[in-house]
Write a protein that binds this ligand. Sequence first.
Ligand code: DOR
Ligand code: ZN
Length: 354
Amino acid sequence: MGQIITLPGLIDLHVHLRDPWQLQKEDFYSGTSAALAGGFVNVFDMPNNEVHITTEELVDKKIESAKGKIVADVGFYFGSLGEDNISEFNKVSDKVCGLKLFITTTTNMTGKKALNDVEELTRICEAWPSDKPVLFHAEDNSVDMGIEAARRTGKRVHFCHISSQEELEPILKAKTEGLAITCGVTPHHLFLSTEDKEKLGSLANMLPSLKPPADRQFLWANLNNIDVIESDHAPHTKDEKIIKDSYGVPGLETTLPLLLTAERDGKISREQILDKLYETPARILGLKPDENTKIEVDMSEYEIKNEDLKTKCGWSPFAGRKVIGKVKKVYIRGNLAYENGQVLAKPGSGRIIS
Ligand code: DOR
Ligand code: ZN
């Protein structure tokens, strides 16, 4: 064993746990087990399920399914594919942690297009009745539309998975205007680029797509102005990745080790890691710290192997990499929930965050 470090239980504000519609990819038990194995104790699940989560009934269905299975704490985002469901907002705002809107088309939009009308986007944001954040999936120049909606409504807005200079520059500018805007980057956009596409083949398919090394470099150079690192854990089976157009990569179990390895290599500080995986996501989502929720991490080197993963999809775009930082123990509210690859917490012992 190498040196052991203790960190607070980490927070991932962007995961896709798939349950209860696409259980071949992940379920609430396997997904939250992967969270623990990666040091995350709070994860927040996106609404682009096979059936997009646009009604209270669907939120209830998801919460019901989570209740008996989760081993980490889970919060949910509500979805809207157009203003036809804003009458649901008041019914769900106490049950979820935010509203997720797709300004760029992605998977599982139930046949609908992304929101591409700034007037409608503004009305939807305006109708969101709560101070809980509105999260945007915006790519390329659609970031500008998101910024305009933030400016018009004054809502707290988080831009997910910023992947390029073109996307980040307007956000940095909007922040200097004093708008309540935050943004996140994913580990895959920090640690992979178009140069990895040949080796990874269809496993590299994701949205936003991998960008050229110059964009990746721009993200690293501006890390201090990027608020969070979000895994965008998006499991698809290997077969689905090869046969179908399935966009997304798993990330819960590789985010912390990749970042601790980057720290060893002088690319990021411990302070920045904690800021982006704990303090700022807690602030965005209004979470209170619990001093008995913590993780112990072994800092010796190991290789990321597909067969060691808890995610049901069973693969990682980072397989074969040598990293440092393996989570050895996770304590949740003082209880040992995970130890040396074993999930000790009982299914259902996690809490629903709202
Ligand atoms: O790569 C992605 N995967 N991007 C998305 O926007 C959706 C996600 C998924 O649900 O698989
Ligand atoms: Zn996502």
